[in-house]
Every structure is written in structure tokens, then in C-alpha cells.
Design a protein around this ligand. Structure first.
Ligand SMILES: Cc1cc2nc3c(=O)[nH]c(=O)nc-3n(C[C@H](O)[C@H](O)[C@H](O)COP(=O)(O)OP(=O)(O)OC[C@H]3O[C@@H](n4cnc5c(N)ncnc54)[C@H](O)[C@@H]3O)c2cc1C
Length: 449
């Protein structure tokens, strides 16, 4: 039989006299902690990982000046929440605005599709379809009305309004690549609206990498008195007479409120007091995982300077080829040319259990189609990262089913990537939902007094 966990009294009282545990030191958890600490809460942030940053965290090779994200990351100029937070913590001067080339690989060649002229000169469809696609794209960029788009699939809407040829050449490969054969025809048009509406052609990258931002945010949160406990996975949350007991690491502490920023199905497992039907609904929210290689190459791969290349999964073994050092100078990485090969796949896909070498052998030859001069001996070394919860998959009409931030257990909140709808997940929306859940926790605490 397992030993009872050591008990500790409720976490220390604060200006508000209240304590909160935040599970996850990603951008959502740290943003929630930032606001709750300002509101006078005694905040303890737990993360099972050794570093803050979650999915946006990075790693550093010995020869590099800057860490690099395990999964390719940049911001858009429209990402107001995360830019605003950088201003608040004195980090905004580290955000660099850049104008890299993003392209789609079509019949063996990369075509930029990131501006009016590139769209009008794309050879994948007749001119009239290009004009039509550009005009409909402009409409989606301008209209704020996503609600009228959430009950129709992106496949049906794009076929009807952009035309069958534009759908076949541009949107079908994107949807199929991102969501796979099982989901791509069911994704609501509101997802495609969000993708076009809240994006800019200019991108923003963080000097020092997103890890530097996460570390700065962690320091800022600690500067407000919060405690950040890394390498401390939470094993369970249960109701007691005096609050919510959080079992983490080898101890247990009791809090007035708990904010989970984990995957919804993880919270369903951690909190057995959640009603079974609610926990079942969390567990049923669909998502894909991410499988991403970082290659350190001795030579530039995309010699035309392309940063982002969308691939067609009907022809290529993975979805995106991202040459990070076509965005950021290779000098920050000891001269390595850094290339991501990435894909979104169901969590039970063999790519999650295959060995690094076997998967690399399956994916690497595709680089020769992108640059026929590529040779495997260009690869100095490579890293493989896999995350089971990386991309929520939402059905039509999802706005009526987004789980609210407050769960049915009083004091227990969930702020996850699956709840940022109609937006697609991203660090900007993690900051936004983190701040919204902090406001909800504070408001509920006041109304319960
Ligand atoms: C391939 C890929 C590319 C992406 N590209 C971009 C991009 O270009 N731009 C962008 O803005 N966003 C991008 N994103 C999305 C972005 O990374 C996420 O939306 C964002 O980081 C989510 O933050 P979060 O805090 O909600 O969740 P997470 O970052 O997942 O943080 C959750 C944290 O909870 C911790 N945790 C989980 N379970 C427990 C437990 N039991 N106990 C303690 N801790 C626990 C985890 O360790 C993790 O640190 C990308 C994601 C992927 C996968």
C-alpha cells in the first residue's frame, strides 16, 4: 500500500489572504501567475519539466549563443497579448520584426504565397482563380464575423467561394497536412478564418529565443513573490475540507484555488472529484500531437532564402520544412544551418514510438526534393521532439462546447489550448487565456467573500 503523502498547511496567506496553485509554467501558466501575484495571491507554479516555456521552450547545443525552440516558433504582428506582456515585463526590446519568405511546395518547386503579387503569379491555377482567392482572402482578413463561418466546413466553404481549383491547389493540402485524412474535411471554416484574420506577413522573433522570453517571465513572476517549482510534476488534485490539495513531487499542499494549464484529458486524470460526465467530455476533446526534427546542417538547404515551406503530404512524408536560419542569422548558432522537419499526427501514430534513426531515415530523403544537391552528410547532428498534445481539433459549432474556465469543482480552473477557440493555439492566445483565467479566479474569490 502506498504511504500517505506528507501534509503541509495551506500555502502561506498573502495580501488577499488567498493561495493558488498554477499547474504548468508555459505561457498560459506564467501569465496567470503574473496577474494573480499582482492581485495579492500567494502563487505556487508547478511544472514537471526542468525549464519554463512548455511547448515554446528551447534547448541549446554547446556551440550556440541562443537556445532554439524544440518546435518552430514565431509571432505575428497581430499577437497583441504576448507583445503587450513583453512590454509590461520590460522585454519588448527583444522582439525583432522580420519579413521572411513563406512558400508552398507545388510540383517540385517552392512558390511564395505571402502577398498579393505572389498570389497573383502562383501557377497552380488560372489567373481568374488567383484573383478570386485573393479577394476572398482579403474578405476573411477584414471580416470580424467568424460565427457565421463555424457551422460550415472549411473544405465546403473554400470550394464554394474560392473555387475548386484554388481549394485543390492551396487549401486542401494545407487542411489535409495539418489535420490528416480523418479530420480535414470536418474542420470548421472558423479555423481558416482565424488563420487568415489574425496573421501578418511580417513575423516577430525573440532575440535569445522563446526560452529567453519564458525565463524573463518566470523571473518577473518570481519578482512578484510567486514560487516557481520546476521538475515537480503534479500527481493529483483532490477536494478537502479546507481547499484543494495538490500532490506534487513528493509532497502535498492545500490551496484556495488551482489553475491547470495542462491538456484537458490530463486534468480529467489528475482530478478524480470532477463529475464523470464532465471529465469524459474533457477526455473526448480531439487533438493531434507534433513530431519535429531539428537538423543542424553544414550548408543552407533552401538557398532562395525561404524560411517556411508548406509541403503536400500526398507527396512528402511530413508537413513543414522550416529553415530557422533563413529567419535568424546562423551566427547565433555557431554557424549551423538549422532546419525543422515537422508534422502533426494522431498521438497513437507509429511516429511517436519509432526510433530517432528510423524516423530520420524515413523523412530525410525528402530534403533532396527540396534541394537536389542535399546530401545526408550535410547533417552535423539532429534532435527529435514529440508532444502528444500539440494541436486541438475542433468540430463545427464548437463555440457551444468550449469548456468554461471554471470547472464544476469549486476553485478548480482549466485554461488550455483547447479553449482558445475561435483562435488556433499559439503563445499569444496562451497569454490571453492565462490572463483571463487569472481574472476569473480573482472575480470568483471576491464574489464568494
Ligand atoms: C510544432 C508547433 C509549432 C508551434 N508554433 C508556434 C508558433 O510559431 N507561434 C506560436 O505562438 N505558437 C506556436 N505553437 C503553439 C504554442 O507553443 C502553444 O500554443 C503554447 O506554448 C501553449 O502554451 P500553454 O501554456 O497553454 O501550454 P504548454 O506550453 O503546453 O504548457 C503546459 C505546461 O504544463 C506542464 N504540465 C503538464 N502536465 C503537468 C503536470 N502533471 N504537472 C506539472 N506540470 C505539468 C507542461 O510541462 C508544460 O510546461 C506551436 C506549437 C507546436 C507544437
Amino acid at each position: 500500500m502506498s504511504q500517505p503523502l506528507p501534509q503541509s498547511p495551506p500555502a502561506s496567506a498573502s495580501a488577499s489572504g488567498r493561495s493558488v496553485a498554477v499547474i504548468g509554467a508555459g505561457f498560459a501558466g506564467l501569465s496567470a501567475a503574473w496577474d494573480l501575484a499582482a492581485d495579492g495571491w500567494s502563487v505556487t507554479v508547478y511544472d514537471g519539466a526542468a525549464h519554463a516555456g512548455g511547448l515554446a521552450g528551447g534547448f541549446r547545443d554547446a556551440s550556440w549563443e541562443w537556445p532554439l525552440e524544440h518546435y518552430y516558433h514565431h509571432l505575428f504582428q497581430t499577437d497583441r497579448a504576448i507583445i503587450g506582456l513583453a512590454e509590461e515585463i520590460g522585454f519588448a526590446d527583444r522582439l525583432q520584426t522580420l519579413r521572411p519568405v513563406s512558400a508552398s511546395f507545388y510540383r517540385g518547386k517552392a512558390y511564395p504565397l505571402d502577398g498579393v503579387v505572389p498570389i497573383l503569379t502562383f501557377p497552380g491555377m488560372p489567373f481568374i482563380d488567383r484573383v478570386r482567392m485573393g479577394a476572398v482572402g482579403a474578405y476573411l482578413k477584414l471580416t470580424p464575423d467568424w460565427r457565421s463561418l463555424e457551422d460550415v466546413t472549411a473544405a465546403a466553404w473554400a470550394r464554394r467561394w474560392m473555387g475548386k481549383r484554388a481549394y485543390a491547389a492551396v487549401w486542401e493540402p494545407l487542411l489535409l497536412g495539418k489535420f490528416g485524412p480523418e479530420h480535414y474535411e470536418h474542420v470548421p471554416m472558423s479555423w481558416l478564418w482565424a488563420r487568415l484574420h489574425a496573421r501578418s506577413f511580417k513575423l516577430i522573433y525573440v532575440a535569445g529565443g522563446f526560452q529567453a522570453y519564458a525565463d524573463a517571465l518566470q523571473r518577473a513572476v518570481e519578482g512578484r513573490g510567486a514560487v516557481v517549482r520546476l521538475s515537480t510534476p503534479v500527481r493529483g488534485i483532490r477536494r478537502t475540507d479546507i481547499g484543494l490539495a495538490v500532490a506534487a513531487g513528493d509532497g502535498e499542499a492545500t490551496f484556495d484555488a488551482v489553475v491547470a494549464t495542462t491538456a484537458p484529458h490530463v486534468l480529467a486524470r489528475l482530478a478524480p472529484d470532477l463529475p464523470a460526465d464532465y471529465a469524459g467530455r474533457l477526455a473526448d476533446l480531439e487533438h493531434l500531437g507534433a513530431v519535429v526534427f531539428v537538423l543542424a546542417l553544414k550548408q543552407q538547404l533552401m538557398t532562395d532564402g525561404t524560411y517556411w515551406l508548406n509541403l503536400d503530404k500526398r507527396e512528402m512524408p511530413f508537413l513543414a520544412c522550416v529553415e530557422h536560419t533563413n529567419l535568424i542569422d546562423a551566427a547565433h548558432y555557431g554557424g549551423d544551418h538549422l532546419v525543422y522537419m515537422g508534422d502533426y499526427l494522431p498521438p497513437d501514430h507509429p511516429a511517436f514510438t519509432m526510433s530517432h534513426d528510423d524516423l530520420l531515415a524515413q523523412w530525410l530523403p525528402a530534403l533532396q526534393r527540396i534541394n537536389p544537391a542535399f546530401r545526408p552528410d550535410w547533417v552535423r547532428t539532429s534532435w527529435l521532439s514529440r508532444a502528444a498534445y500539440a494541436q486541438p481539433v475542433v468540430p463545427c459549432g464548437f463555440s457551444a462546447h468550449v469548456p468554461p474556465l471554471a470547472t464544476p469543482v469549486p476553485g478548480l480552473y482549466l485554461a488550455s489550448m483547447s479553449q482558445v477557440y475561435p483562435w488556433d493555439r499559439g503563445t499569444n492566445f496562451a497569454v490571453d487565456i492565462g490572463r483571463r483565467v487569472a481574472a476569473a479566479v480573482a472575480t470568483d474569490a471576491v464574489s464568494m467573500r
